[in-house]
Design a protein around this ligand. Sequence first.
Ligand code: FCB
Length: 477
Amino acid sequence: MWVRSQPMVSPFPDGFLWGAATSAYQTEGALDADGRGPSVWDSFARRPGAIEGGGDASIATDSYRRWRDDVELVGELGLTAYRFSTAWSRVVPDGRGAINSAALDHYERVVDALLEKGVEPVLTLNHWDMPEALLDEGGWLGRGSVDAFTHYATAVAERLGDRVPWWITQCEPWIVQLLGYQLGIHAPGFADVASSVRAGHHILLAHGAGYDAIRGLTKGRIGCGPNLLPCVPASDSEEDRLAALGSDGFVNRWYLDPLFLGRYPDDMRAHWERVAGPLDFIRDGDLAQIGGRMDFLGLNFYSRRVMRAAEPGPGRPFPWQVVRAPEESRLTDEGTEIVPGALTELLVRLKTDYPEVPILITENGLVSNETPEHDGRVHDVRRIRFLRAHVQAMADAVAQGVNLAGYLHWSLLDNFEWALGYRPRFGLVYVDYPTQTRIPKDSARHYAALIAANGDLDAVPEEGGEAAEADASGVFG
Ligand code: FCB
């Protein structure tokens, strides 16, 4: 009998970008090379107890020196996009003054090498490494941070604007505001809930002002890169439903509404006014300066928040609280719930609630701490499954008409995971830190095959053996 083999059909459009992401501070090391100035993370990392395991980023993955190796890896995996960040304190060592052209020379070499391989560079301007000098005004608490950022963004765009197609002004404003200014567990280590919202506002303002400063310097798309976490109620109660709505205001709408609609959401504004008093740092004209400057949305997606109503109290300024994920949930090695379906819902919601722009998933990944085995390979089957589940989630969103431009996995390499140091491993490629040897994990090979099939999961079956083992141990599935 004749069986006609069906041509495989990818659910993703031609030209869909498949890539991986890193950031300067987490990978570069070489903190004193080529005239770099200190960043807020340098001093924060020196605080006793600030970094788990006591490590710092002085070597990290040594990528400032080994950048050619990284670009080679990008090529070997067949990635079509690579996201990295330029280090703010390399480009403007003292925060406001002279531009350090040696740093721009470096990033120009990286960009050109990527382009030579046919890889689209995705450049993040602020991935958290603000120059230390700007702390004289309290970092993002000072309104002068906005001008400092546009000065920096302009310098980078003047040099690279002609060849970088994707620009992300700010990475995860909520995380900087929350961890850096509200909880004090990221640089600059301020713990003041009332003023944290000021920092967040200035970050958004810097997005808008930065957009205007570089819009004329590049034909590339410019956007902001929030991390979004769908918030779901822990129960059917009206109280928990309101808790989820409130949390959505805190995490998601506080950023999406000004970026896309040019206004802060009223419900969250009321919560903030109760906690922080009058938000008088939001000046007339600010929202007009923030809104409507999103050529694309850079979306970082990791998980969701399950919410329950709770009285505000010490350490809990708002009337809600995150609860543990349901018993049956799949968790990463860091205890984060794995919920690919929430990505589909989020993408569809964005399309419904906000003006439509292309969405580039700029981060998605998991901590999965496998290390090399007897055969020298890293059998990270859980990362393979995670990847496949999220590719399926994206395919479902595309089928519902979501305009998705690409997917960038976090991360290309294991790297310095901020306050958690080197313990969590997020990479497609394993890094043996003492020797800096890079070993592509099984997930990297699998991703390469998926990329070659433009994300057609049927064309790239999950290999049976290892997956079955993981099932048997109950670790994933
Ligand atoms: C995101 C950050 C990124 C990395 C991943 C795991 O919040 O943008 O630098 O830490 O989480």
